[in-house]
Design a protein around this ligand. Structure first.
Ligand code: HEC
Length: 475
């Protein structure tokens, strides 16, 4: 079965329904591109054998829906990768009603007798055969179980759909000269002071199904980016691998492999010799690996560290420990190099999306889908304080150098500076139109960059909150 997009796309979970609206959708007499598309033709299938979910239905949903409705990116809060999740449905209630195809929301939207049409208009609709098959499957009781890929198939991926243009990660080099931007599966290097494009990165290994070069940096969305402390290398997280780039000329150098799924976050040790990489398989297993950057070997593989995807990781300031943040709602710390569990920090009521250490190594900060920042004592494991003031999930967090200050990037489209010692609010960074996924702040706090669903990177003066550059990659 050819699953092109199934493995490709993921933004951080729960981006909600923040797809860009078409501007100027005015009421017009003439048919315009804003008119709903016509219904899919209804046909009847002649067949005796029952519909097989795994072989017949999962591939259709995988190809045409999963790019926006997986366990990781749930538009309309809907996950199409599991029949049980479909029965539960999304924010409008059950997507399928077993035995009643015509009463099923999924059939109405994908059959285009209801709105909004699914998939949205620019994407390829279901064929009449596919729609009929899905209806028959629902009529037969919508049986079947989530398909779990156990083997690691060799992947040949197509291009991401053109509309998937969110900024998934940004990183500043330590000397503040370079800004790396991950947009979709593409990577760009800019001169930070001017916003001038230095390099659009292209991975020579990536070919499409016809063996043509893809001219993109990765197969999957870039969600993790980190420079080496000396600024010579850039590391980018892909699906099951990390790419190493020459930050001076933008050339691909090598890839670190052997990861189980998408890379959600990375951190480089203070001495620049080790790279911590995290991710995992939703609702099953978290992955935490530490690579030796000289040999490319895995030094530490923390198995069973978390029971769900790990979204954030940071080395302690002295490089002897790791802190991790996971969808299992926990923050944990581990000793290196063996990876023994040191402490578990329990208190977030939703997925924990990022974690960081205060420069003295005594305090841990975490943020998550429960819209709060939590400050913890590493010594005692106790919560010191909770900082509110965010109206959506907080996706990224950074401690600013040796200061007691932190920066947060939030789904409510704001970047904010806070004082972690007293919970005080310091400054806001605005102008963004949509959900933020990416954040980088220089160690002295003077340069801040963010981006997200809007597909635009904004660079700010950290001292006064003014926008200094607005970068639209690919333009
Ligand atoms: C390009 C992204 C995209 C693709 C592809 C896509 N959807 Fe959606 N879907 C959305 C968005 C965005 C929403 C939320 C719309 C809203 O709330 O107005 C949504 C909402 C839905 C809902 C309603 C969920 C709820 O409870 O409100 C259903 C059902 C649905 N989609 C089914 C499908 C099916 C079936 C497919 C494939 C045939 C599909 N979608 C493909 C983006 C997508």
């Amino acid at each position: 079965m050819k699953r092109i997009y199934t493995i490709v796309v993921v933004i951080m979970l729960g981006s909600l329904s923040l797809m860009a609206q078409e501007p100027g959708a005015k009421q017009d007499q003439k048919p315009t591109k804003n008119d709903p598309p016509p219904p899919i033709k209804v046909i009847t299938l002649e067949r005796k054998e029952p519909v097989n979910y795994e072989k017949e239905i999962a591939p259709i949903l995988g190809n045409k829906c999963e790019v926006c409705h997986s366990s990781s990116l749930q538009e309309g809060k809907l996950d199409v990768t599991d029949p049980e999740a479909l029965k539960k449905g999304g924010k409008s209630g059950p997507a399928i009603v077993p035995g009643q195809p015509d009463a099923s929301l999924l059939v109405k939207l994908a059959g285009r007798t209801g709105t909004p049409a699914m998939p949205p208009k620019d994407d390829e609709p279901l064929t009449p055969e596919e729609l009929a098959l899905i209806k028959l499957w629902i009529a037969e009781g919508a049986k079947g179980q989530k398909v779990v890929e156990t083997n690691l198939p060799s992947l040949k991926l197509g291009k991401l759909p053109a509309r998937v243009k969110p900024i998934g990660a940004v990183a500043l080099s330590a000397d503040k000269s370079k800004l790396a931007v991950g947009q979709g599966a593409n990577l760009f290097l800019y001169e930070a002071a001017t916003g001038k494009l230095l390099h659009a990165l292209s991975n020579p290994q990536l070919k499409d199904g016809d063996d043509q070069p893809l001219n993109q940096a990765q197969t999957d969305l870039v969600q993790a980016l980190v420079f080496s402390p000396d600024g010579l290398q850039l590391y980018s997280g892909d699906f099951r691998q990390v790419h190493v780039w020459d930050a001076a000329n933008g050339q691909w150098q090598r890839s670190l492999t052997g990861l189980m799924d998408r890379v959600m976050a990375m951190d480089i040790s203070p001495d620049g010799k080790r790279l911590a990489v995290v991710g995992g398989i939703p609702s099953a297993e978290g992955e935490i690996k530490v690579f030796d950057l000289t040999s490319g070997n895995v030094l530490t593989d923390i198995q069973a560290g978390h029971t769900d995807v790990v979204y954030g990781v940071r080395f302690s300031p002295d490089g002897t420990k790791l802190a991790s943040a996971s969808a299992d709602k926990l923050v944990r710390t581990f000793a290196l190099p063996e990876g023994q569990l040191l402490k578990t920090f329990e208190g977030h009521t939703g997925q924990v999306l990022d974690v960081a250490w205060k420069a003295d190594g005594k305090v841990i900060v975490s943020v998550g889908a429960d819209n709060v920042v939590k400050v913890w004592s590493f010594e005692s494991g106790d919560q010191i304080r909770t900082i509110g003031g965010h109206s959506r999930q907080i996706t990224r967090l950074q401690v600013i150098g040796a200061k007691p200050e932190i920066a947060t990037a939030c789904g409510d489209a704001w970047v904010r500076f806070w004082n972690m010692d007293n919970g005080g609010h310091i400054r806001n960074f605005g102008g963004n139109a949509d959900f933020l996924y990416a954040l980088t702040v220089s160690a002295d706090g003077t340069v801040v960059a963010t981006g997200g669903q809007e597909g635009v990177v904004r660079v700010y003066n950290g001292a006064n909150g003014q926008v200094t550059q607005t970068i639209t990659p690919g333009k």
